[in-house]
Design a protein around this ligand. Sequence first.
Ligand code: GLU
Length: 349
Amino acid sequence: MFKKSQFLQIGLLSVALMTPLLAKPQVALLATGGTIAGAGHARTSSQYTAAVVPVTQLIADVPEISAIAEIHGDQVCQLASQAMTPEMWLKIGKQTQAQLDKEAIVGAVITHGTDTMEETAYFLDLTLQTTKPVVLVGSMRPGTALGADGAANLYQAVKTAISDNSANRGVMVLMNDTIFAAREVTKGHPFKPSAFESPNTGPVGDFHDNAPFYLSRVDRKVESPFDIRKLSALPGVAIIYGYAGSSAAQVRAAVQEGARGIVMAGVGNGNLNPDTEKALIAARQDGVVVVRSSRLGSGSVTKEAEVDDAKHGFVVGGSLNPQKARVLLMLALTQTVDLDRIQGYFDTL
Ligand code: GLU
């Protein structure tokens, strides 16, 4: 017959064995601000202040996320994302990497303002070293608004981050029941909850029936050569917008300000008016790396179509929109000024 102390030992042993089975997955929640942390004065007003609700409150306001995961909240910064900076990308990236390096953390969710979310997402996509899910999430309406979208988006992002089939998909953005790949996503509307889109590829998945449902995958041809742990600063890269009669003064100003690279958001197929083209050729002579992209918002810029890229030493930005081409050029310039190597990054990343 068992003694009382043996029953106690067996009881403790079963609790110890069961605990890992009952334990919730651990998720890092890195908060950076935005409308998802915004608050307004009236439920019907479109006026509000972004980036005022702290991460502890975000977690408390959506108890459903703590019901499915053990949430480790971290307030990285508290910004409306029009105030985001490359220095802050580095901070967000390093803190996210540190969390992902912990064995117990299964994935990361990053709350972010929507205006520049696509840039932070692509930066992280190119620099984080992980196979774990990383999901950026925001909202188009503050939590105080009628029809606020932040709570549902946050819940769906956490659920996506803990789902087994979310690993190895690169950094993703979740908005409005839809999952996007960082490389392809862009904000396409100023206020609708359906503001996000991937014009060239469509989304990679939907969130429905309480789970992420993947439809496709955006593959890169090579592994990214950039590592957040090795980055300490990013070079200045300007974006110049093309339009009928655009002046070369903007290009000259960027060079004078010390830009090491210029992304040209050209017209049509990345085309340049003659004055701008001359100024860009002069910038090349000063060692500035020039990437030709397009202001169109979709499609891919063609090499050597109407511009003699080889002669002028211009890199062609392919299907990246100008703001994403800038992210890649900044990272490329941390490694090289060799034009063939940089063109190779644009062709494969
Ligand atoms: N402009 C603010 C930002 O990007 C609010 C927009 C939003 O988050 O939806 O942070």
